[in-house]
Design a protein around this ligand. Structure first.
Ligand SMILES: [Zn+2]
Ligand SMILES: [Zn+2]
Length: 357
């Protein structure tokens, strides 16, 4: 949690919230570091501290990171249990803590998932998601897979959108895809083909954005993706290819969103000299990269992590531009079935599972 918003340091006593909902709520909560110890259970409704909003959740998507936290995968030891999961949310502000304008009450907001201290050179330079003191909603502190959540006001993106809540829950993952695509587009001209490996939410959304922006795009998947994800991609107008199939000679850029080491190895051996690869997926096992090919071909290998406020605003306008298309990526599940929803997300049984309280 950021030190400047932790609550009652400015006032001797915490002021009462101006509107107060029920005191108990249902939350998808990770209770310990034991793998699988995640259940929907009653939790106290959070109290909005100084500079915070209390938000009634309308929808909250489940992310790969929620699945990793649920399974207690390697690399997620830092997650602070007990914690309410979920960061891909939209909700309506129902109460404000001290020092927040009451004009926020009633507003629809999307929370920023990853945010920094606000003061360091990374934050002031616009890369708040890269801050060395960054915190992740739903992993570093209680998230949104619950009936209510509380966030610092500077982590709220307000919107007047009238789209369904389940579609607006795509704002965060779409902002992440938008951020990665922006980094790739800065490095690759539209005359080249771009391969996107990994037809999960980020890969599929990234492929659609690149295609909208005039690139010839090939979305690459594994044979198991033929069950659902690749047919869905084709129904949305994308060209698809299976890993191992022949790729065209003019691949100038690659967006890696699978987290599978062989995909990155193929990217490095396929991208034309002077091309660029953006890595947006995290790898459970770190791949061995042939840096000699990178050097000889002057290939740029770029990371992409999370997104910042203007990516969220861009994502909101992209959602507005083709609501039916984006809605087709969503499978809604009641919050009370949260653990089943985690299993569905883990088994790639849907593109994006969205919980509805
Ligand atoms: Zn996410
Ligand atoms: Zn910072």
């Amino acid at each position: 949690m950021n030190s400047d918003i932790s609550g009652d340091t400015l006032t001797p006593a915490v002021l009462p919230a101006r509107t107060r909902p029920a005191t108990s709520m249902a939350a998808l909560s990770k209770t310990s570091s034991t793998p699988g110890d995640v259940q929907v259970r009653p939790r106290p409704v959070p109290h909005p501290g100084n500079g915070e909003l209390l938000v009634q959740t309308l929808a909250c998507g489940l992310c790969g990171s929620d699945v990793h936290a649920w399974r207690q995968d390697t690399g997620y030891e830092w997650v602070k249990a007990p914690v309410t999961l979920g960061h891909e949310a939209v909700g309506r502000v129902v109460a404000c803590g001290p020092s927040v304008s009451e004009e926020w009450i009633g507003r629809l907001v999307v929370p920023i998932a990853i945010d920094g201290c606000g003061d360091c050179t990374l934050c002031t330079g616009g890369d708040r998601q890269l801050c060395r003191s960054r915190s992740v909603l739903g992993l570093s502190f209680d998230g949104c897979a619950s009936e209510y959540f509380s966030i610092p006001v500077h982590r709220a993106i307000p919107t007047d959108s009238t789209l369904p809540a389940a579609t607006l829950a795509l704002t965060e993952p779409l902002s992440v895809a938008f951020h990665a695509v922006k980094r790739l587009e800065a490095a690759v001209d539209t005359c080249f083909t771009i391969v996107v490996s990994g037809p999960g939410p980020i890969g599929l959304m990234g492929a659609l954005l690149l295609s909208d922006h005039g690139y010839r795009v090939l979305l690459m998947g594994a044979p198991r993706d033929e069950d659902q994800r690749l047919p869905l991609a084709r129904s949305l107008g994308l060209d698809t290819v299976l890993a191992g199939e022949t790729l065209p000679a003019d691949v100038g850029g690659w967006l890696e969103a699978s987290g599978a080491p062989p995909a990155l190895e193929t990217a490095i051996s396929t991208v034309r000299p002077s091309g660029a690869i953006v890595v947006a997926g995290l790898f459970p096992a770190v791949p061995a990269v042939d840096v000699n090919i990178l050097a000889r071909n002057e290939i740029r290998l770029l990371g992409s992590y999370g997104s910042v406020a203007h990516d969220y605003r861009a994502a909101l306008s992209v959602l507005e531009s083709a609501p039916e298309r984006w809605k087709s990526l969503v499978t809604t599940v009641p919050l009370s079935d949260g653990t089943r929803a985690l299993r569905t997300a883990a088994e790639a049984g849907a593109v994006k599972v969205v919980l509805i309280p």
